[in-house]
Ligand binder design. Structure first.
Ligand SMILES: Cc1cc2nc3c(=O)[nH]c(=O)nc-3n(C[C@H](O)[C@H](O)[C@H](O)COP(=O)(O)O)c2cc1C
Length: 214
């Protein structure tokens, strides 16, 4: 598993996905609970013989979608030129995807929301209103797992965090093969001491790898 730091000179997209996994953390607390959970999920992926890379979104210079709709014609985001230009390559070329977010106000973080909005360029719409759509990422055996972590102790307090990742990924054509909710963790890196959560995270990574290999 390796962390990636992006430079503007990296290679352009390879269009078909490889059997590997790209992991994304949406926490602004670097090496905090979401990063630790993500790394544990990736350990499971690697133990099941797939390669992986991960990214904390705060390492990326990028903006939220500006709704310019240039992607309708260009099929990729051309309205903004920023760190996402290179991340698109990782998304296209990785058949597996992991999204992890802490709960911020009952929802995913603003970084994770901005990231998901930037995946809008992968949709193809028709011209009716409301428009029906398909995804350029669909029907390629893409699979994902999602995880959320929060301070409070039940689903209500986690709010929409898991759904806010699940629904867009499904619309984009990912089969969600597992989801993990971790409660009652507030302190930075506190999840390290939750053996049950760490074990479930690792198992989730193994499940993703197995699903991709089958
Ligand atoms: C701005 C902000 C909003 C938060 N909102 C919630 C919330 O709605 N529900 C909850 O249970 N925890 C909430 N938390 C607590 C975090 O989800 C919790 O501390 C989590 O473990 C942080 O994970 P991280 O280390 O990956 O950032 C909030 C934290 C912050 C900073």
């Amino acid at each position: 598993m390796k962390s990636i730091r992006f430079s503007a000179q990296e290679a352009p997209a390879n269009l078909r996905p490889d059997t590997r996994v790209f992991g994304v953390s949406g926490s602004p607390r670097r090496n905090g609970n979401s990063d630790i959970l993500l790394k544990s999920i990736l350990t499971g992926v690697v133990q099941h013989d797939l390669s992986s890379e991960y990214l904390n979104l705060t390492d990326l210079q990028f903006q939220g979608c500006i709704g310019c709709e240039r992607c309708r014609k260009d099929k990729i985001c051309t309205g903004l030129v920023d760190g996402m230009s290179v991340v698109y390559d990782r998304i296209i070329s990785s058949q597996g995807l992991i999204l992890v977010s802490p709960t911020h106000n009952y929802n995913i973080t603003s970084w994770m929301k901005a990231f998901i909005d930037r995946l809008y360029c992968f949709y193809t719409f028709d011209n009716n209103r409301p428009r029906s759509w398909s995804s350029q990422l669909a029907k390629q055996g893409r699979k994902a797992v999602i995880a959320a972590i929060c301070e409070q102790e039940n689903k209500h307090d986690m709010g929409f965090t898991l759904e806010a990742m699940k629904l867009p990924l499904e619309a984009l054509g990912y089969d969600i093969v597992g989801a993990l909710s971790v409660f009652k963790i507030f302190d930075k890196a506190g999840v390290k001491h939750d053996d049950h959560a760490m074990k479930r995270a690792q198992e989730l990574g193994g499940r993703l790898a197995d699903a991709l290999k089958n």
